[in-house]
Ligand binder design. Structure first.
Ligand code: AMP
Length: 287
């Protein structure tokens, strides 16, 4: 595996490969790699000639400085995982390399998509996400960009961004990889206390029950309220939001029939750790 810290050297290398006709897949990450990240890299390797994985803990997307400070950093283990996956290129830039002083990022119009859910509860978060993904995509210029369904609102925004850029890059969304007990893999899971780790799979279980509750007669609003009540019953778990939304617009819906693509998204605090998860309830099923 080749490791680049320099934007210029990476671009020179990729330029050469592009001229040879090789297709480039790109999986941006913040490190502390797990099987979720690995699934993106495996798919990128299958569908392209070269996979570029980036590891960059982007300071501009952390609305909470404590979260940034505590974000797990496991450089040595990450490199070993990438070598074992036979990943071709690791881009491991510094903050100054990603954000040079004269950098200009265009503004994009996301309508209401970035105002709800994560956008509402993590002010500024998506500005940072869009900024970093724009910059990284501009550096790597991949044929395909690999992102996880785990961050549903994030990939939806990036899809809008790529459309507005009229980018040649195609977004590939990969299914959520879960632990055998159902907990969605996340770099933050390692910080859960043993008790909360044991309780955490209930989040996915509750999301997966929503279809049954609705089929048995609950309205969308009632099903949301019941799910929030179930989550709140767990000691030390505090749901921040749980919303059943249209999977295209991310706006709330009143009836399942109102959309061909329905997803439930939630964010739940446990101690000082914030877990997010989602389940597609209708249409376009990825998992
Ligand atoms: P992160 O390092 O958390 O910024 O995530 C990097 C990429 O990996 C994002 O596109 C995430 O959506 C994706 N990802 C994170 N967790 C999972 C998971 N459990 N399953 C699939 N993809 C994931």
């Amino acid at each position: 595996m080749l490791l680049f810290k320099s934007v210029e050297l990476l671009q020179n290398f990729l330029q050469k490969k592009r001229k040879e006709g090789l297709r480039i897949g790109f999986a941006p990450t913040m490190g502390a790699l797990h099987r979720g990240h690995a699934s993106l890299i495996k798919k990128a390797k299958l569908e392209n000639d070269i996979c570029v994985c980036s590891i960059f803990v982007n300071p501009t997307q952390f609305n909470d400085p404590k979260d940034l400070e505590k974000y797990p950093r496991t450089e040595g283990e990450d490199i070993k995982i990438l070598v074992d996956l036979e990943n071709e290129v690791l881009f491991y830039p510094t903050v100054d390399a990603v954000y040079p002083k004269d950098l200009q990022i265009p503004t994009f119009d996301f309508g209401q998509v970035d105002k709800v859910m994560e956008g509402k509860f993590r002010p500024g978060h998506f500005d940072g996400v869009v900024e970093v993904v724009y910059r990284l995509v501009d550096i790597v210029q991949p044929d395909r960009l690999y992102m996880g369904q785990k961050d549903f609102q994030q990939f939806t925004l990036i899809q809008h961004m790529l459309q507005q850029m009229q980018a040649k890059t195609k977004l590939v969304v990969c299914p959520i990889i879960r632990e055998p007990d159902g907990l969605a893999l996340s770099s933050r899971n390692v910080r859960l206390t043993p008790e909360n780790r044991e309780r955490a799979p209930s989040i996915a279980k509750i999301l997966q029950q929503l279809n049954d509750w609705i089929a048995n007669g609950l309205s969308i609003k009632e099903a949301e309220t019941k799910a929030i009540a179930e989550l709140s019953k767990m000691p030390d778990f505090r749901p921040e939001y749980l919303e059943i939304v249209d999977g295209h617009t991310l706006q709330p819906i009143e009836k399942m029939e109102a959309s061909d693509y329905v997803v439930v998204c939630t964010a739940v605090w446990t101690g000082d750790i914030r877990l997010i998860d989602n389940v597609i309830l209708k249409g376009n099923k990825r998992n």
